[in-house]
Design a protein around this ligand. Structure first.
Ligand code: AHR
Length: 862
């Protein structure tokens, strides 16, 4: 970034002829026109044009957005209509705008410089009417800001007004004559389009800084769109290079030993139908049209179930359910035996020949008659792959278990339950699990996926999200207490990614998985606010847990810590022990919030939670949140709050281009070491080609270099089921029979398996020192103090090989045999895997970095 600033001068010099000409004969002041173009129906945010004479207007950028409205749900709802800009007596700029044509709400934001805007607020001022063309002025006599607007409610006969001192509290709405309005919006042609907005006189330096901001962003945009796709022309005549890598342990520093972890979120069918090994879809008959916001008529209690045969009826009932959290169950009315209730699984049920499967079911013989149930695994033609029978004799809900052995393997079997006599039977929680789960756990995880995750050697696992943690609206916030205990008593819920969470993979299973992998659990709990895009907190806003419920909300979080760490005599520790884990889980980290909208609602709740945890459990590291981007209002405000409160660590998220990663290698070099540590909780470059993976590998050398401030990192998202993705790219794709790790996975695995707790300073010097070459080549060296191993990582995102001489100083005696892993291939392709070999090393050795490659050399030292 530092480089970017100096480059800005260059840009101004080269391309800013008009700008530099003006600096010779610079005006004192100029005019700006603030508007939001109606061409895009208000989706382009706040734009400016400038003029020195108020007649000829120049747009800033083609349409450079200085402020974007946060209001409403994802996408189309986020609009800025009729912005009105006003400078207050304290010189702060206020912008108010309409959000749409229906809500009785206006938006407000404030800025010192017209560039950085503080968090937006949306006062609800017009019950039962809309709020159009708001304008703001200042009443000096009363030291008040006056906001007026029009509304269709009065059909233009009157206007409405509120006043405020601070844009936090407002007087109640009053009507005023329309003539009392300023009506100072103007129509101006910008780039040939007539736009409506407000003209303000400003110092020339203000215009200059707006122009510079746009130029800087344009320049950054150009850098960040750099991609190896253009390398054929960019590096047309490039010849193989030479490099020297010198590593000197004199400058070693301690770095985090938890740098590489994983982020698990139930997105893309990562849990039900994915990592959670349950093979029956909708086992509790709890699918609900609301899971898909009513968009799919077939998504209900019968989803994935059907009746095969005649003389029978399949109904969904809710009278006397198995558990209050599991209201729906199946009722089978058999007139003549033969028909069966069929479950199609998640895209079928995959079986392996000879493997055993645990079947279980809750049955209630509603007609009072004992019944035999035939349980069959069949293919579409009815061919049998395994079966068992269950004798049911209870007239109240009772669980029955059986084991089915698969006679043959098949990718897409189905399960059939065939009552062997006439009558009525109620069925619920129908389940089929492979016995071969990861670590053989009951209610366990799919072994192949869990093993791939384990192979990364993650030092921690963040769960259950992501957006799943904070949910789509208050009612959808993930509540850990709903996910523990007997499966039939867990509370299923809509997954905000548009499907259903059975909660079979709940907090107990997450903690168990962490323990099985030797990874630290890192649960993320909503900061009392739902997703910034949920807009279900009233009038298009996210809202927050009502303050009168916050004490209980905070208590639930404290209870989680007791559940995880308390001994078996404590109230919550007892539940953990009863579930099968008497020893504490040793929880050390807890995330509060997930890339939330950082505003007053957030701050009030976050502070309350943070302070309560700190007071009761000072040993727990609380990880705060700083929004969904590497910059911007949420990032800045989130950092400000975390620094002020002394939060030990914050969670940063950014999904970026290959060019961004290449051009931001100093991102953490400039971080203030006295401020909170960083957990880079979600990051990835947009894609699954080798180019993406190498840009991540390159950036990770900088994470290691900054391992004193970056304590943890996790690529995101982790898992995606083919045909059910809501987010691409992901680290591991899978279907029912195969797991398909991406090349990005192998980068994570190479880092996870070759991480250290000491960073050893090293330098790489290329035979050609051009910056465009240097920034595509990177190295880092770490030592793992447990093994004493020295690990050197080399990344080359150039189309030529680099003959490299490595020299090691002060690292002790290096044993001659080292392990080299190389990930390389066609930069635009996917699916490369590392090749591993043994090489001879010493204090000095030669090694070639192939074109487009990531090389890891692991050396033993004495
Ligand atoms: O990783 C996918 C999503 O990206 C996460 O749920 C959310 O935190 C982020 O926006």
């Amino acid at each position: 970034m530092r480089k970017l600033l100096s480059l800005l001068w260059l840009v101004a010099l080269i391309s800013g002829q008009a700008l530099s000409a003006k600096s010779v004969n610079e005006p004192d002041s100029a005019y700006i026109f603030a508007y939001s173009t109606q061409k895009s129906n208000g989706h382009s945010g706040l734009l400016y044009a400038w003029s020195s004479n108020r007649k000829n207007w120049n747009s800033i950028g083609p349409e450079f957005r200085f402020l974007f409205s946060d209001y409403g749900r994802w996408g189309a709802e986020k609009r800025m209509v009729s912005p009105y800009l006003f400078q207050g007596p304290d010189n702060l700029w206020h912008c108010v705008w309409s959000l749409n044509e229906k809500d009785g709400v206006f938006a407000h934001a404030v800025s010192k410089d017209l560039i950085y805007w503080k968090p937006q607020t949306y006062p609800e001022v017009m019950k039962g009417g809309n709020c159009l063309q708001p304008e703001v002025s200042y009443d000096r006599a009363h030291a008040l800001y006056v906001i007026t607007w029009l509304s269709e409610k009065s059909q233009g006969t009157e206007a409405y007004t509120v006043t405020t001192k601070d844009f936090k509290t407002y007087t109640s709405t009053k009507s005023v004559p329309v003539a009392a309005r300023l009506n100072s919006r103007e129509k101006i042609f910008v780039n040939g389009n007539e736009e409506t907005g407000v003209v303000r006189k400003v110092a020339w330096s203000t215009v200059e800084s707006l122009l510079n901001k746009q130029k800087l962003e344009a320049y950054r945009g150009k850098l960040f769109s750099e991609s190896p796709k253009d390398d054929a022309t960019r590096f047309a005549n490039l010849k193989p290079l030479e490099a020297t890598v010198s590593v000197n342990s004199a400058d070693a520093k301690k770095i985090s030993d938890k740098l590489v972890g994983v982020f698990f979120e139930d997105i893309n069918y990562a849990a039900d139908g994915g990592l959670y090994a349950e093979l029956i879809q909708n086992r509790g008959f709890e699918y609900n049209p609301g899971d898909k916001e009513g968009r799919d008529k077939s998504w209900n209690s019968t989803k994935a179930w059907s009746l095969n045969g005649t003389k029978a009826e399949f109904l969904i009932d809710t009278i006397s359910p198995l558990h209050v959290n599991n209201k729906h169950f199946a009722l089978l009315k058999i007139t003549e035996p033969g028909a069966g209730l069929v479950n199609e699984g998640f895209d079928g049920i995959a079986l392996n020949e000879g493997d055993k499967y645990d079947f279980s079911i809750f049955v209630r013989n509603s007609d009072g008659r004992a019944k035999k149930l035939l349980i069959r695994l069949v293919n579409a033609k009815g061919e049998l792959f395994g079966e068992t029978t269950i004798a049911t004799n209870s007239t109240t809900w009772k669980k029955y278990n059986a084991v089915i052995v698969a006679k043959k393997g098949i990718a897409d079997a189905r399960l059939e339950i065939v009552p062997q006599s006439a009558g009525t039977v109620a069925l619920d929680m129908i389940s089929l699990f492979p016995q071969k789960t990861f670590n053989g756990r009951k209610n366990g995880l799919r072994a192949d996926l869990a093993q791939l995750i384990t192979d990364i050697h993650p030092r921690f696992v963040r769960f259950p999200g992501g957006c799943v943690s904070h949910g789509d609206g208050l009612g959808n916030i993930y509540r850990w207490k709903n996910t523990i205990g007997p499966l039939e008593a867990r509370k299923p819920m809509r997954n905000l990614w548009g499907y259903h969470q059975s909660m079979g993979l709940g907090y107990y299973e997450y903690f168990q998985f962490c323990e099985d992998m030797g990874a630290a659990p890192l649960p993320v709990i909503a900061a009392g606010v739902p997703c910034q895009n949920s807009a279900t907190g009233g009038a298009g806003q996210q809202g927050g847990v009502p303050m009168c419920e916050m004490d209980q909300y905070v208590q639930d979080i404290l209870d989680l810590i007791e559940w995880a760490n308390g001994d078996a005599k404590t109230k919550w520790g007892k539940l953990r022990a009863e579930a099968g884990h008497p020893k504490p889980f040793n929880l050390k980290y807890i995330g509060i919030g997930n890339e939330d909208l950082i505003n007053d609602i957030f701050e009030e709740r976050f502070s309350m939670i943070y302070k309560a945890i700190k007071a009761k459990y000072p040993e727990i590291t609380v990880i705060g949140t700083v929004g969904p981007n590497s910059e911007g209002t949420d990032y800045t405000e989130g950092w400000e709050i975390a620094s002020r409160l002394g939060v030990p660590m914050v969670d940063e998220h950014y999904y970026q281009s290959v060019g961004w990663f290449i051009n931001n290698q100093d991102f953490y070099d400039k971080y203030d070491r006295s401020k909170p540590k960083v957990y880079l909780g979600e990051y990835a470059s947009w894609g699954s080609t080798l180019a993406n993976a190498l840009s991540e590998a390159l950036y990770m050398t900088t994470l290691e270099r900054n391992g004193d401030v970056v304590s943890m990192s996790s690529y995101a998202p982790l898992l995606a089921k083919e045909g059910h993705t809501q987010w691409n790219p992901d680290m591991i794709y899978f279907n029912n029979t195969e797991a398909k790790p991406t090349v990005n996975y192998y980068v994570q695995k190479l880092y996870g398996q070759n991480s250290g707790d000491q960073f050893i300073n090293g330098k790489i010097k290329l035979s050609d020192s051009k910056e465009e070459l240097a920034k595509r080549v990177s190295m880092s060296a770490v030592r793992d103090s447990k093994t004493g191993d020295l690990i050197v990582k080399l990344v080359n995102i150039l189309p030529v090989e680099i003959n490299t001489k490595v020299s090691l100083e002060g690292v002790g005696t290096v044993l001659s045999s080292a392990v080299k892993s190389v990930l390389t291939g066609n930069i635009n392709e996917k699916n490369q895997k590392p090749e591993i070999s043994t090489i001879t090393v010493g204090k000095e050795f030669n090694c070639t970095m192939p074109a487009y490659s990531f090389t890891v050399i692991r050396m033993k030292t004495k």
